[in-house]
Design a protein around this ligand. Structure first.
Ligand code: 6LW
Length: 496
């Protein structure tokens, strides 16, 4: 069969995967968004369905006013003796911790903190030993993967942290994962930074503590030499063996646009790349060490069809799974029904690294048509294309002294501008429409069957290259203004 990459579209970076019986489970980082650490399940590695989140309670994760792209960094999911474990980092509080559950479709435990610094934590179960690894530096301040043994019941460190591998010399050595395959302990990592220089490297040893011998042909996977190719920043991977014994890598990458001045605004997404072990015990990856937009493989049964949900509405999404908040929401300001949403605005606006009355869904592809009916009492409410507090485009209805107006606001760094404004007199509702293309967002007001052009803005200025950070554009619904009440209905995001 042939499958297309990415297998999970939109801002779902830093994937980690495990397998229990006939089901694969995958988690991703979520930064300042809540709930944290989305969980997906799959039976075939190409079709993924989100089933929930690991961090669903304030007691599990501190996100109050964390900076954009702060909060929850890369996770690792593992399964041992009937129990799931997910370890991650709160990069704002610099805490590594894990949570566990015996029912992946239910709640996860309170956090168990680990006294080792660094990010991108990994848990490795080897007989009765449990190893905790993260990136960091050695005694000379050189980037290294650090490791200690822990008591998995309490999180207590049983050995001092020690540096077990210094990578292959690339900057930002991170994303360690350890595996015992046949007689070898494999240690895989990412180097080069999670942008255009990103790569997957690995080494092996006869002991989980090393010394490790690097694969002679590292990086085993990178697209850094494919200038102009659509998929870039390939790295941060996790190995998994499928039902038939074949090996695969789930990893991040992004789809760039603007060939000669490349940029990406959908965030880092999850990709699937085949892995092949040689007789010598070393493995290779993908298409000559790169990943591509589409793989033809006989490893996945021909009966498997890669399906893709193309239309998202209030009615066919789950508020607790498909949608996310900016940091911990003030739940008293949200009223959910199966087909509508009511938001109570506060003084907090989208321009603050705080928790405005906002709920969003990741933009999953370049071409889309987004629409929603909005009724407003006072203040402002609308649809936002949100990268962070300094980079968002808002198409909104706003109440001024004595009437209502539709506005188009473009916030790009220090430039914060209401580009367009049109009065709709005492009409307190509007149908707002956004059409997304690779390089442009176009804004419209729907009046009956007429679509009235209202403005446009380039996707480039919401890209990670402009805004910085580790997230991707979120299609958000928001309200602001103390005492304002906004009702949203007929939401529809259709990928074209
Ligand atoms: C992730 C780390 C990284 O933890 O970005 O740049 C962090 N590299 O691997 C957030 O995705």
């Amino acid at each position: 069969m042939r499958y297309n990459n990415p297998v999970i579209k939109g801002f779902y970076p830093d994937p980690s995967v495990c397998k229990v019986d006939d089901t694969y489970y995958l988690v991703c980082s979520s930064m300042q968004y809540f709930p944290g650490v989305p969980i997906f399940e799959s039976k075939d590695l190409v079709n993924w369905n989100q089933i929930g989140h690991c961090l669903t309670r304030k007691s599990q994760i501190m996100l109050d006013r964390v900076n954009s792209s702060g909060g929850v960094f890369a996770p690792t999911i593992r399964h041992n003796n009937g129990r799931f474990y997910m370890t991650t980092t709160n990069d704002t509080t610099h805490q590594n911790f894990y949570v566990w559950t015996d029912d992946i479709y239910g709640e996860w435990s309170e956090p168990v903190y680990i006294d080792q610094d660094g990010i991108d934590p990994d848990l490795f179960f080897d007989n009765n030993n449990v190893y905790f690894m993260s990136n960091g530096s050695d005694e000379h301040g050189i980037g290294a993967i650090n490791q200690c043994k822990i008591d998995i019941e309490t999180g207590e460190k049983l050995t001092a942290s020690q540096s077990i591998w210094r990578g292959t010399g690339g900057r930002f050595l991170e994303s360690p994962h350890m595996y015992k395959i046949n007689d070898w302990y494999y240690l895989m990592a990412a180097e080069g930074g999670t942008e255009f220089g990103h790569m997957v490297t690995y080494a092996r040893s006869k002991s989980p503590n090393g010394p490790f011998e690097a694969y002679p042909l590292n990086p085993v996977l990178t697209n850094r030499n494919l200038g102009g190719y659509e998929i870039q920043a390939v790295g941060h991977g996790d190995l998994i063996q499928d039902h038939d014994g074949n090996w695969w890598l789930l990893h991040l990458g992004f789809r760039q646009i603007g060939k000669w001045i490349p940029y990406h605004h959908l965030g880092r997404e999850t990709f699937l790349t085949p892995i092949t072990f040689g007789e010598d015990g070393w493995f290779t990856a993908g298409h000559e060490g790169t990943t591509i937009t589409s793989f033809e493989t006989d490893r996945i049964p021909g009966r498997v069809v890669q399906e893709e949900k193309k239309c998202y509405t209030f009615e066919n999404t789950n508020w607790d799974i498909d949608w996310c908040y900016l940091r911990l929401p003030h739940s008293e300001n949200y009223l959910f029904k199966s087909d509508s949403l009511k938001l109570m605005g506060t003084e907090v606006t989208l321009d603050q690294a705080d928790s405005p009355s906002f709920i969003g869904i990741r933009q999953k592809d370049f071409k889309a048509r987004i629409s929603c009916d909005i009724t407003l009492s006072d203040g402002e409410a609308g649809i936002t294309l949100y990268m962070d507090e300094n980079h968002h485009y808002d198409l909104a209805i706003r109440k001024n002294e004595d009437n209502y107006e539709i506005i188009e606001r473009l916030n790009i760094g220090d430039i914060k501008s209401v580009e367009k404004m049109v009065s709709i007199n005492n009409d307190d509702h509007a149908t707002l429409v956004i059409e997304a293309e690779h390089e442009l967002y176009r804004f419209y007001i729907q009046e009956g069957s007429n679509l009235i052009p209202f403005g446009k803005a380039q996707t480039k200025y919401l890209s990670s290259e402009v805004a910085g950070g580790f997230t991707g554009v979120i299609i958000g619904l928001y309200a602001c203004g103390t005492g304002s009440i906004a009702e949203f209905s007929n939401f529809r995001c259709e990928y074209l």
